[in-house]
Design a protein around this ligand. Structure first.
Ligand code: BES
Ligand code: MN
Ligand code: ZN
Length: 488
């Protein structure tokens, strides 16, 4: 799909469809609305809004054939709701809805989108672009019948607008394509997206330097927690370190870490079938990090970014780690295994130590870490916590722009109390209550002084039903928020 900014009259663009975005208010003075009224004998005001009583409530829609009155055969009116409540997140959601509608028409190859004149700004144009690409997404790789769209090109039309606004399209395309890259990877079955596959993808990213550490290299580095989790699988573990180095002198150095459990059976503390069903998605954090690293050279921020993934499978065999085992993490701290299903935090422990040794200014990890976070926030928001309120707030600001929600949860010393072990420095699980914060408290043991933020995306990485324009399945959560943060 080719997306362009056009600044002439929407009716001159020779498209198969004009999409007219309307606020829910009277006396619309928008250029395209007025033109359509003029050439179509006031059909919209007298018939659609009048006789048919169509109300442009947010995401409502009305399709209208033009029967030769204008050269464009069809108009899709999309409600944008109240003008005062409109923002870039609404623009993105409307565009997602438009993409789905266009896909269902099966005969539109060129479409022109005309939103109200006053919505012409870079942020909205970026959001519309993202919405079109995110809304069109499907995962049909394994279907014999492909879910192809006939749509070839889209004009985002703002008559008389500044051509510079097209930078919004460029950024929107990069961010949305990165998100879909992560969605594809998370939607892949675990038989495909193995630790070896993730390492291969990382190695092949253009303009990114990648180093892969295998089992023996990880052993030498003292990654006893990470290696324990993967030791019961036929798939060898891979520790992945990617680096994006800006061309100009970097102003900051950060590390982003993704939980990379390519399948989480629970291990000997095995999950019941219904909980295991979607556990191919337990590498969604890793998928997000790969997607972000893939997008960085094109966005070219002046920040050195280290992408880190400790990839392995949590499986059962005669070599698996067991409840009661005592592990030594990279920083020398010992961990008593209380539950083999709390494996993500063990892999992250070594990854956090590795990141801090790179002397970065900030560390951000993304992990499908706890069912408790999913219970607390559902698919509505991810959890955000860490040791720097300032960094948390900055990421929340970026999330506002991307339309993703990150809700702050505490990490208090009290959360650490339940992790006390009689024979080691700590256990890997504690209180069932406040489980997301307890997991956060566990991770905090592997950070000395670097600013650190942990994103728990257990409830938001994979949807069991459509939500906010996203279809069932992987959402690519945190890709756009972190790219906004890195490029802001
Ligand atoms: N991968 C799961 C968390 C998860 C749950 C992700 C639901 C997505 C959806 C994680 O490894 C896990 O099993 N956590 C346990 C921790 C418990 C044993 C303390 C959990 O949340 O039940
Ligand atoms: Mn688990
Ligand atoms: Zn897990």
């Amino acid at each position: 799909m080719n997306i362009k900014l056009s600044t002439e009259s929407a009716l001159k663009l020779n498209s198969d469809l004009v999409v007219l975005g309307l606020f829910d208010e009277k006396n619309t003075k928008d250029t395209t609305y007025i033109e359509l009224e003029k050439f179509m004998n006031k059909t919209i005001s007298t018939y659609v809004l009048g006789k048919e009583k169509f109300k442009p409530k947010f995401l409502s829609s009305y399709t209208l054939p033009t029967l030769g009155q204008i050269t464009t055969p069809k108009i899709l009116i999309i409600g944008l709701g109240e003008k005062a409540k409109f923002n870039s997140d609404k623009a993105r959601q409307a565009a997602m809805e438009i993409a789905k509608k266009i896909k269902s028409f099966k005969n539109v190859s060129i479409a022109t989108i005309a939103f109200p004149d006053e919505t012409a700004n870079t942020e909205n144009i970026q959001a519309i672009t993202e919405g079109l690409i995110l809304g069109e997404y499907s995962f049909d790789k394994y279907k014999s019948e492909k879910d192809t769209s006939t749509l070839k090109s889209i004009n985002i039309n703002y008559p008389g607008a500044d051509k510079k606004l097209k930078s919004g399209i460029t950024k929107g395309e990069i961010l949305a394509k990165a998100t879909n890259f992560a969605r594809n990877l998370s939607n892949e079955p675990a038989q495909y997206a193995t630790p070896t596959k993730l390492a291969e993808i990382a190695t092949n990213l253009p303009n990114i330097k990648t180093e892969i550490f295998d089992k023996s290299a990880c052993k030498k580095m003292g990654m006893g927690a990470f290696l324990a989790v993967g030791q019961g699988s036929d798939q060898p573990p891979k520790f992945i370190h990617m680096t994006y180095q800006p061309n100009k002198k970097s102003v900051k150095k950060i590390a982003i870490i993704g939980k990379g459990i390519t399948f989480d059976s629970g291990g000997y503390d095995i999950k019941p079938p219904s909980s295991m069903l979607n556990m191919k998605d337990d590498m969604s954090g890793a998928a997000a990090i790969l997607a972000i690293m893939q997008a960085l050279p094109e966005l070219a921020p002046n920040i050195e970014v280290h992408g880190i993934i400790a990839a392995c499978e949590n499986m059962l065999n005669g070599s698996s780690y067991k409840p009661g085992d005592i592990l030594t993490a990279k920083n020398g701290k010992t961990i008593e295994v209380d539950n083999t299903d709390a494996e993500g935090r063990l892999t992250l422990a070594d990854a956090l130590c590795f990141a801090e040794e790179l002397n970065v200014d900030e560390i951000i990890d993304v992990a499908t870490l706890t069912g408790a976070c999913m219970v607390a926030l559902g698919h509505f928001a991810s959890g955000i916590m860490g040791n720097s309120d300032n960094l948390i707030e900055k990421i929340q600001k970026s999330a506002e722009k991307s339309g993703e929600a990150f809700w702050k949860l505490p990490i208090w010393d009290a959360h650490m109390d339940s992790l006390k072990s009689d024979i080691a420095d700590m256990k890997n699980t504690g209180s069932r209550y406040a489980g997301a914060s307890v997991a956060g408290a566990f991770l905090k043991n592997f950070i000395k002084s670097t600013k650190w933020v942990h994103l728990d995306v257990a409830g938001t990485a994979f949807l069991d039903k459509p939500y906010k324009g996203f279809i069932k399945g992987a959402t690519g959560i945190s890709v756009r928020t972190l790219l906004e943060y890195i490029t802001c």
